[in-house]
Design a protein around this ligand. Sequence first.
Ligand code: FAD
Length: 317
Amino acid sequence: MSEILVLVGHVAGQVGKPGLELLTLARELGDPVAVCAGTADEGVVATLGRYGARRVHVVESDELEEYPVAWVRALAELAAEVSPAAVLVESTPDGKETAARLAVRLGGGVLTDAVDVRPGPDGPVVTQWAFAASYTVTSRVARGLPIIAVKPNAVAPAEAPVTPSVTRSALPLDEADRRTRIVSRAARESTGRPQLTEADIVVAGGRGMGGAEQFALIEQVADALGGAVGASRAAVDSGWYAHSHQVGQTGATVSPQLYLAVGISGAIQHRAGMQTSKTIVAVNKDPEAPIFELADYGVVGDLFEVVPQLLDEVARR
Ligand code: FAD
């Protein structure tokens, strides 16, 4: 079976959920070979094995975060050695940059923002959404190595335990590797809430909230349920909440177990970012709001009456 190179990120001994999703998807295409940078400890390797990585390559250098060119060189050298049928990366700004740099080095083809990848007779067939998911596009890379950037939450991570073989290699940096250096990374202030794209529960507010202060209500519900806060673009454009919380076509794609849309009309561009949520609950005073076409449960009413009742009910349980 052909091998699929999967780029996996890990922080403080924890493999990110998007990496586990990539491994799950890679198993449909071939034998997953996980690649990670830094010092991946035994716990990281065990997690990768639990999600089906038959081989794990650890590029042991603590400089790779700083020097993206060196990371891509390491990947290119590995790809030359492994001859994978495809490379999977996360469709994030960093992942897409890596994909593009790698494709230039290897003469491969890049497809980004994939929401699904299936095996095909002539290579992996990639599904993407266009125009806020109004259209589904299927494509494949016709020439060179397919390098596919997959959106977080495209699939649910599923375990398939194997015992991986592990290779650790050092990567001495050369002069060319040091041409581009990342000078600083600023971590976002932690709210103590889960990451929007990884949360099982997302509580999102829209223009119906009426102002930045009223988003405290959304935060209270999120905290009561252990969820993340999302926002519509109207709320973000009004300056009520940070863009990093925007859900939709020009924001994040989420696929939680529960999505609670409060004062959000359900415009097509918003739906593009949340329509694959497992259960959708909407609170809106307009019974004709398009969000109700999508919602599993809907409450027609004023959110400033409904949401406090919801909070009371959660507190009682
Ligand atoms: P509105 O459409 O104004 O809806 C507010 C809702 O709140 C209404 O349904 C109203 O009935 C309800 N409401 C008001 N007061 C109350 C109350 N007291 N109680 C209960 N309900 C109440 N949008 C996104 O969200 N994400 C994107 O990524 C995104 N990308 C876009 C990209 C492009 C290229 C374009 C053109 C648009 C994009 N948009 C995006 C914008 C999108 O078209 C909508 O304008 C936006 O989603 C509307 O946000 P909203 O639902 O909060 O506001």
